[in-house]
Structures are given as C-alpha cells and as structure tokens.
Ligand binder design. Sequence first.
Ligand SMILES: C[S@@+](CC[C@H](N)C(=O)[O-])C[C@H]1O[C@@H](n2cnc3c(N)ncnc32)[C@H](O)[C@@H]1O
Length: 287
Amino acid sequence: MSQTTGAQSAAAPARFSDVKGWFWPADQLLFDWFLARQERQELRGDLLELGAYLGKSAIFLGSYLREGETFTVCDLFDSPAPDDPNSEEMDRSYATLTRRAFEANYLSFHDSLPVVVQAPTSVITSRVSAASCRFVHVDASHLYEHVYGDIAAARALVAPDGIVAFDDFRAEHCPGVAAAVWGAVATTGLRPICITGTKFYGTWSDPEPARSELLSWLSTRPDMWHGVEEVAGAPLIRIAGKKAVAPTPPRSRHEGEPTPSTPSPATPPKPRAPLTRRLARTLLPRR
Ligand SMILES: C[S@@+](CC[C@H](N)C(=O)[O-])C[C@H]1O[C@@H](n2cnc3c(N)ncnc32)[C@H](O)[C@@H]1O
C-alpha cells in the first residue's frame, strides 16, 4: 500500500490507500481487533480521535460507529496553534492541511461527517461527555505538554473497559510522547496491553481479558511477530508488524474513478497559512 505524507491532490480518493496519513497495516489490524471485540462484547460507547490530519485513521474508525453512538474528531486543521512550539510543529509537518480536505476525504467513505471540533485538543473535555468513549485515539500534537493534557483528557473521557491508543509513543523525533505515555503508566494507573512499532494500546480498566484474547488471536497471525515482556510489573505484548497484511479497507464511493495524480512541479501545492504564523512570530513579542 502506498502511503505518503505530502500534499494531497484535490481529486477525491478512489481507494483508502489514496488518503495520505500515518496509519499502518499492523495498527489497522489492531484497531479492527479491539473494535470488533467491543462489538462482540456489545460494549457500547462513543469514539474519539484527537488529531485527524486528512482522515486516514478517522475514516477507518468511522466504520465501527454504531447506531446511537457519536464519533468526535478534534483537530486544529487550518486554525492557528495555541503556542509557538505547536505552531512550528504544524508548519513543519502539516502545512498543507485543511478541514475541507479532511471532510472531502471522509465523505468519500461515509455518508455523514463525524462531529468535528476544530480547536486545540485542550477544549475536548468541554465538548465530549465524561466516561463516554469506548475507544480513544490520541494522535494530535506530539509535544510533551500537549500529550500530557491529551492523556488526562483521554482518561476523563474513556468509558469503563474502553481502550486508548497513543501514536508515536517511542519515535526518536518526538520524545515528549514517550515521556508522557510512560509517565501516565507510572503515575495514573494507565495499563499497557500491547505495543506496535507506532502505537501503544492501553486501558485504565482491567487489561487482562483483552491481553489474553489478543495473545490467542496473535497466535493465528503468521504475518505479525509477537512476544511478551514484563514491564512495570505487568506483561506487555510486543508486536512487530512490518509484514502485517492489512484488513479489508473502507470502500470509497469513488472507486473505479481515476486515481488522484501527483501535483505537477509547475503547480506546487499552496501552503496552508504558515506565512501568517511566520509573520506573527516575527512581529509579535515572544512569550
Ligand atoms: C499525526 S497527525 C494525525 C494523523 C492521523 N491520525 C492519521 O492517522 O493520518 C496530527 C494532527 O494533529 C493536529 N494537531 C496538532 N496539534 C494540535 C492541537 N494542539 N490540537 C488539535 N490538533 C492538533 C494536526 O493538525 C494534525 O492533523
């Protein structure tokens, strides 16, 4: 599957693999496993994603939404970031992101949009009910202070037996995520269930039932290596998923239409609004 993170052309995605993002087959399999398990258990509740970008993981998550449940995504999209480091992070990594592109992508796969909160994730506890979410995906800012706040929000919003997934919990370019996630394990009672190369899956409830069922399922998956290691007094399942075979992807209503082409070098994608942020940073006094 080809996935890149550059600017996406305006054409509607004909396939899930046309949506740019950072959501790899091993994590698609794990989202599918956790969410399908909740369905089997008839565990009801809402879905929440902090950090949607162009919708790759949101489109996938949205497929598991059931009647009467709410899916909320929170992202700044093209709004200004709340502080300088976050603003620099946005310019560096998500300069061409727009809410319109997210919505067009999402609506290529689903009939209606999720509830979109276009704001810093710090507002999310005022927009989603406490203890209402059966699955929370935390993938917004990768800076320590923000992730620390997002973890606190996830803890407040996740329902009993709910699952929380944290992106990039061990990548060298974002040590703040590792510090915040393992800090939460040490100090808040966050219980790890498993890790892939890119995400940490845990719960603030009893992790044991999910852990043992996951181990049984993994033993049927020759495409993913797994092992168990004692970490902070509990077994942690490690999963290496480089060869993982992705589950059936969500289907685009534009399937069969021509694939979006790469923008020609003569018409480079327009940056989002980094100029205003750069100007503001130059002209306004620093905090
Ligand atoms: C890594 S991307 C999300 C990737 C997406 N989940 C996927 O799988 O493709 C991070 C997103 O977080 C958003 N973001 C960064 N800082 C934020 C903040 N303080 N509040 C809300 N969203 C933020 C960015 O706009 C960006 O879309």
